[in-house]
Design a protein around this ligand. Structure first.
Ligand code: MTE
Length: 303
């Protein structure tokens, strides 16, 4: 099956001075050196479909971040005023070490190699973004997930003085999202801290946001200030706004239509006005990696 992410990162994906670690090599435990040398081919790599990333321009000027306005161009215009240092993330609920975690300190303790990934991310449009970040599982391990935890909920900063969009009740602020614990611990679930080898621009969710590559874009909550481990399914902003249209899972699934439109095809952003539509892949092309999380579940019911 064709994969939507590549196993061979090249220097062109990020900035020239940086070295790149191949994600598969990390997962295969081959460690730093092979990856730093940029040596690619592992079993399975031959099947990888290499997609060109979207441009910096596409990724940073066509955004969704309703705290800064509902227009695609609003976040780029308005998010500059957001203060992102210092930044701490409260981790609470069913954890051994609840508290306020200093984001700059967490990052300072990570090497660059630990922060380089590449994913494809999709919503109603699609984009290929060379993300940097670390696994959410690593962050949760710092806090120590307790036995009874079943879900993870996330909250975005709510700071009306710097977020003009929050003056409008388009959503019930703060923006909220959630994952089941096994989804949260999956190695593809990323806490993104940068794109193209640079720190995240504010409009893309600085200083840290979630990226769940097999789910629709709205699951990927930006500028996170709180993460709670719970034993009940958390509320999510889009589900609260319209439960009929937005379910808790929101897995990319060409077979389940949104009530108002089909989700069987997608148009890649940046492909130009006359770019055709591609068939959307189950779980956004990550079926092999994540389908087992949903064994036995009726995905038309749990959409
Ligand atoms: N997070 C917050 N806090 N507020 C938002 O409005 N929009 C979501 C998601 N995360 C959103 C958010 C939606 S609908 C999408 S498609 C992605 O962010 C867009 O991410 P991007 O602008 O970096 O492409």
């Amino acid at each position: 099956m064709a994969h939507r992410w590549t196993n061979t990162l090249s220097a062109a994906d990020v900035t020239p001075k940086q070295a790149y670690l191949n994600r598969r090599q990390i997962m295969a435990g081959l460690g730093g050196m092979a990856g730093l040398a940029g040596l690619g081919a592992l079993p399975g790599a031959a099947q990888a479909e290499t997609l060109e990333p979207n441009s910096w321009e596409d990724v940073t000027t066509y955004c969704n971040y309703y705290e800064f306005g509902t227009g695609k161009g609003d976040p780029a215009k308005n998010a500059g005023q957001l203060t992102t240092t210092p930044w701490s993330v409260k981790i609470d609920g069913l954890v051994d070490r609840p508290g306020d975690y200093d984001f700059q300190k967490i990052l300072g303790e990570m090497t660059l190699e630990e922060r380089i990934y590449r994913f494809r991310c999709v919503e109603a449009w699609s984009m290929v973004v060379p993300w940097m970040g670390f696994e959410l599982a690593d962050l949760l391990a710092l806090a120590g997930v307790q036995e009874g935890a079943k879900y993870v909920s996330f909250e975005t900063l709510y700071r009306p003085s710097e977020m003009p969009g929050t003056a409008y009740p388009v959503l019930d602020w703060p923006y909220r999202e959630g994952l089941r614990l096994d989804e949260a611990l999956h190695p593809l679930t990323l806490m993104a801290t940068g794109i193209f080898g640079k720190d995240l621009p504010n409009q893309n969710g600085a200083p840290l946001r979630l990226v769940v590559p097999w789910k629709y874009g709205f699951k990927s909550i930006k500028s996170i200030v709180r993460i709670s481990l719970t034993d009940t399914q958390p509320q999510t902003s889009w589900n609260m706004a319209n439960a009929r249209e937005y379910g808790f899972y929101s897995n990319v699934n060409p077979k389940v239509s949104h009530p108002r439109w089909s989700q069987a095809t997608e148009r890649r952003l940046g492909g130009g006005l006359f770019a055709g539509r591609d068939d959307t892949l189950m779980f956004n092309g990550y079926e092999e990696e994540v389908a087992s999380l949903y064994d036995g579940m009726d995905l038309t019911k749990h959409f």
